[in-house]
Design a protein around this ligand. Structure first.
Ligand code: ADP
Ligand code: MG
Length: 378
């Protein structure tokens, strides 16, 4: 059964990496060196196991069975994964964009799970820089290539924040007039990109400082807004005498935790309702695209309306689910996993008093490792 499941996933991944692939969902687990015990184990490249810390605290007796939920993704990045590993995984999507496809890449997850770290990271640190600075570097190289080949190009970069149904241009630090139906044609003009990478990176650092943060019980500076970083590319095709256009949206979503947890009131509650609505709308849109539904429900949120030109059956979407293995995050982590995984399955371990860490060394895991090795060898 296990081999069959694995085979299905491999086929699914293959389909994704072919031109048919439109939505890719991967999971990244942030390091939590300070956690005394962890709720998450990674079974293999595609599976995350989630253990309920409350059950183990409430029922430490040896004879209580321990259960866990297994979640399947297209790829799982473990705690020791590097920024460059994540970036390499989206190579295919980035190359599509360089050929003028519309692409959106999201980081999704509770506050503190590593979304901003994954998207931005430490912008000027060679190892710790995230997806956005890496994409810009690749873009610089690509522009040189276009120019060497006589392809006339125009590139624009904009950064906006979506907050409580308002759009703010973070580069200008000014609200864009509220519109009922925002679309890409109404995006801020943005900065023209002429290979001044250092200047641009500095602008990004300043722009992100204009983002709204609010204190909640979950985190000191939880991000309460969605940040959309957009690169617009225009290439002039001399032979066919036409202009090709593509957009790449890199979206650092607001924290996915629910209102009961953050216990916000007043303005904070309004924010949380806005966030919940927009995340639900996004997941509904992604499901519709995946299931080839003709009517895609964009109108349910500003986020989906803003991104609609790049969220459809002709565009490519990648979602990075960021989670943490710290026990305090358990319920938010479970909620996020339930929403975005490809498949979930409940298990009860054979041995009655295994802990996640002892389970890691269990026979079943050894078997899996052997199967993996056999498959790699063949
Ligand atoms: P979020 O944007 O989801 O609220 P952050 O990206 O701000 O979360 O991450 C919270 C903290 O954890 C930050 O201090 C960040 O530097 C750290 N962090 C997150 N992911 C990683 C990682 N993979 N490696 C090292 N530090 C990380
Ligand atoms: Mg953040």
């Amino acid at each position: 059964l296990y081999d069959q499941q694995r085979q299905n996933i491999l086929e699914f991944n293959e389909e994704l990496l072919s031109s048919k692939g439109r939505i890719r969902v991967v999971c990244r687990i942030r390091p939590q060196p300070e956690a005394t015990h962890k709720t998450i184990l990674v079974n293999d490249d595609y599976k995350v196991l989630l253990f309920d810390p409350h059950r183990s605290l409430q029922s430490p007796e040896k004879n209580k069975k321990k259960s866990y939920i297994e979640y399947t993704f297209m790829k799982v990045f473990e705690e020791d994964s590097k920024q460059v590993d994540l970036f390499n995984d989206l190579n295919f999507f980035l190359n599509s964009f360089f050929q003028c496809s519309n692409v959106s890449i999201f980081t999704y997850g509770p506050t503190g799970s590593g979304k901003t770290f994954t998207m931005f990271g430490e912008i000027k640190n060679q190892k710790q820089k995230g997806i956005i600075p890496r994409c810009l570097e690749q873009l610089c190289q690509k522009i040189e290539e276009y120019e060497a080949n006589g392809i006339f190009n125009e590139v624009n970069v904009s950064i906006v924040e979506l907050y409580n149904d308002k759009i703010k241009d973070l580069i200008q630090n000014a609200n864009i007039q509220e519109r009922k139906e925002p679309s890409l044609s109404k995006l801020p003009q943005g900065l023209e990109f002429k290979q001044k990478l250092q200047f641009l990176l500095q602008q990004i650092i300043s722009a992100t400082k204009n983002r709204i943060v609010r204190k909640t019980n979950c985190n000191q500076h939880s991000s309460r807004s969605h940040l959309v970083f957009t690169i617009k590319l225009k290439l002039f095709d001399k032979i066919q005498n036409k202009i090709n256009e593509g957009q790449l949206h890199l979206v650092d979503l607001a924290g996915s935790e629910r209102i009961q947890l953050s216990q916000t009131t007043g303005e904070g509650q309004k924010e949380t309702i806005f966030i919940n609505q927009s995340l639900q709308a996004l997941s509904a849109v992604l499901k519709s695209i995946k299931n080839n539904v003709i009517h895609i429900p964009y109108r349910n949120s500003l986020l989906t309306q803003y991104l609609r030109n790049s969220l459809n059956s002709n565009s490519k979407t990648m979602v990075i689910l960021n989670i943490s293995s710290h026990p305090t995050y358990y319920s938010q982590t479970k909620e996020a996993l339930n929403l975005l995984c490809l498949k979930q399955q409940q298990y009860i371990t054979r041995s009655q008093h295994q802990t996640p860490s002892s389970f890691e060394k269990s026979e079943r895991n050894k078997e899996l490792t052997q199967t993996n090795q056999q498959q790699t060898n063949t």
